[in-house]
Design a protein around this ligand. Structure first.
Ligand SMILES: O=c1ccn([C@H]2C[C@H](O)[C@@H](CO)O2)c(=O)[nH]1
Ligand SMILES: [Zn+2]
Length: 134
């Protein structure tokens, strides 16, 4: 499956939506693109708030938009950040990805200069809390 994922398209879309990030406080724009099993792509950017704590990360924004658009079965996540080293999604975003995808979903993060990190959700969030425990 990983070979069939159009990563370049995903990173292009993540880069594009990153320009829409609302980041007056951190000035740290992030873009995320989620590929679904039907081939559709849903994107998200981080949206900050004057209360700081209400910040929505790019990844969570993308997954929330996917729900609103009726998308099911995410199969890959791409993130673009402007850091020296590519950075993985934060803990909250890992948990949100785990709500919709299994441990094998690939998550890749790229910097503007092209450095890339590749993970699976299972690596990022072992022993996830999911609906099976409810
Ligand atoms: O994976 C991440 C990490 C951070 N942020 C956002 C939250 C905040 O707006 C800014 C700095 O933490 O980056 C994301 O969108 N995704
Ligand atoms: Zn996050």
């Amino acid at each position: 499956m990983a070979d069939e994922i159009p990563w370049e398209r995903l990173f292009e879309e993540a880069l594009r939506v990153r320009q829409r990030a609302h980041v007056p406080y951190s000035r740290f724009p992030v873009g995320a693109a989620v590929l679904y099993a039907d081939g559709s792509v849903v994107t998200g950017c981080n949206v900050e708030n004057a209360t700081y704590g209400l910040t929505i990360c790019a990844e969570r924004g993308a997954f929330a938009a996917g729900v609103a658009q009726g998308r099911e079965k995410p199969v890959a996540v791409a993130v673009v950040v402007d850091t020296l080293e590519p950075c993985p999604p934060c803990g909250m975003c890992r948990q949100v990805i785990a709500e919709f995808a299994g441990p094998d979903i690939p998550v890749r993060s790229r910097t503007l200069s092209g450095a890339e990190a590749r993970y699976t959700l299972g690596e990022l969030l072992p022993h996830a809390f999911t609906r099976v425990f409810l």
